[in-house]
Design a protein around this ligand. Structure first.
Ligand SMILES: O=c1[nH]c(=O)c2[nH]c(=O)[nH]c2[nH]1
Length: 319
C-alpha cells in the first residue's frame, strides 16, 4: 500500500435511500427452534446506504483542487439507486457486494469501496378475508423497530479485480425489556457505591449485533442458501433473554452470542454493543397487583461490548 493509501482519505454519500418493490422473498434456509421466522416478503425492499470510496487517485482533489478524477457524490447516489433495478438477489448484503463490484469495475480510480446499509423495514399488515385474516400484500406498515444491517469492504486483487475483504451482517437498535427475573448483585462495593443490590430488576437493553461468516460467499451469492436472516438472530436473542435468569447484561450478551454461534456453525464471530436503559422505579408496590410504575432512567447510561468467536463456544455453558 502506498503512503497516500495509508492515510485517511475518502469521500462518499450517506443516507442514500432506495426502495424497490417486488423483490422475490427471502426464505429462512433452515427453521430453528428459537424462531417462527419463515420468510421476509421483500415486497418493499428498503435500504439506507452509505457509500465511501478511497484511493491515491483522489489525493489531487484534496491537495490541488483537481476534480478530474472525482466521481461526484451525487453521481454515486444515482449509481446506487439505478443499480437497485438490475440487482438479481434478495438480500441487503448481496446488493452491497453487487454495487461495490460494479463501482470498482466502472471507476478505475477507486482503490477501495466501503458500503454500509440499514434496512428500512416495512411489515406486512393483515386484512380480513373469507378465511380469517391474511396478509394484504399491498399495504405495508413502516416499522420503527430494529432493522437488519450489512457492511461490505472491497479492494482490488492482483489483477485489479474487486475482492471482498470484510463483510458483516447485523441487526441494530433491538430494544428488549424483561419485566422480572433479572438480578444485579455481587458487584464491587466501596466508598463510591450508591447502587443497591437488586435481586429482581426489570431489565431494558438496547442491542446492536453484527456477525460474520466463515465464508462470506454464504451470504453474498445471489441465491444465498446458507444466509442467516437477522430475524432469526433477533429471535435467538429474545429466547435466551426469556429463558435466562440474567445476572448482568455482560453475561446476557455472552449467552446470546454463544447460542447464535452454536445454532449456526457456519458463522465465525458475533459482536455486541449493548446499552443499559433500565427504567427507574416510581411506585414500588401496587395493591393486589404484581406491577410497579417506572419512568425513563436518568442519564448517563451504561454500555458493554463483546466479540465472541467459535473458540468461546467450545467452553461455554450450554444453558
Ligand atoms: O448489567 C449490568 N451491568 C453493569 O455493569 C452494571 N452497572 C450498573 O450500574 N448496572 C449494571 N447492570
Amino acid at each position: 500500500m502506498s503512503a497516500a493509501e495509508d492515510r485517511t482519505l475518502y469521500y462518499g454519500k450517506d443516507d442514500v435511500y432506495i426502495y424497490r418493490t417486488f423483490v422475490p422473498p427471502l426464505y429462512a434456509s433452515s427453521q430453528i427452534p428459537e424462531s417462527p421466522f419463515v420468510r421476509r416478503s421483500n415486497v418493499v425492499f428498503g435500504v439506507n446506504v452509505r457509500v465511501c470510496v478511497g484511493g491515491e487517485a483522489f489525493l489531487p482533489s484534496f491537495t490541488e483542487g483537481d476534480n478530474s478524477m472525482v466521481v461526484a457524490t451525487d453521481s454515486m447516489k444515482n449509481f446506487l439507486q439505478r443499480h437497485m433495478a438490475t440487482y438479481q438477489g434478495i438480500t441487503i448484503d448481496g446488493f452491497l457486494s453487487f454495487v461495490g463490484e460494479r463501482l470498482l469495475t466502472t471507476y478505475p480510480q477507486m482503490s477501495w469501496v466501503e458500503l454500509y446499509a440499514t434496512q428500512v423495514p416495512f411489515d406486512p399488515v393483515d386484512v380480513p378475508s373469507p378465511n380469517g385474516f391474511t396478509e394484504s400484500g399491498l399495504v405495508f406498515r413502516r416499522s420503527r423497530n430494529e432493522c437488519a444491517t450489512a457492511s461490505v469492504k472491497m479492494v482490488r486483487g492482483e489483477r485489479g479485480e474487486p475482492v471482498v475483504v470484510d463483510h458483516w451482517s447485523g441487526i441494530t437498535d433491538l430494544q428488549l425489556i424483561k419485566v422480572v427475573g433479572n438480578s444485579f448483585v455481587g458487584f464491587v462495593r466501596d466508598e463510591y457505591t450508591t447502587l443497591p443490590e437488586d435481586p429482581n430488576r426489570p431489565l431494558f437493553v438496547f442491542l446492536n449485533m453484527r456477525w460474520r461468516y466463515n465464508n462470506p460467499a454464504d451470504a453474498l451469492l445471489p441465491d444465498p442458501t446458507a444466509y442467516v436472516p437477522a430475524e432469526q438472530i433477533r429471535d435467538i436473542a429474545c429466547t435466551v433473554f426469556h429463558e435466562t435468569a440474567t445476572v448482568s447484561i455482560q453475561n446476557l450478551i455472552y449467552r446470546i452470542g454463544c447460542a447464535v454461534l452454536r445454532r449456526f456453525p457456519h458463522l465465525a464471530e458475533i459482536r455486541f454493543e449493548s446499552q443499559n436503559r433500565t427504567w427507574d422505579t416510581v411506585v414500588e408496590s401496587i395493591p393486589e397487583s404484581p406491577g410497579k410504575v417506572y419512568t425513563e432512567p436518568r442519564p448517563p447510561y451504561g454500555f458493554q461490548g463483546l466479540s465472541i468467536t467459535r473458540e468461546d463456544v467450545v467452553s461455554a455453558p450450554s444453558a
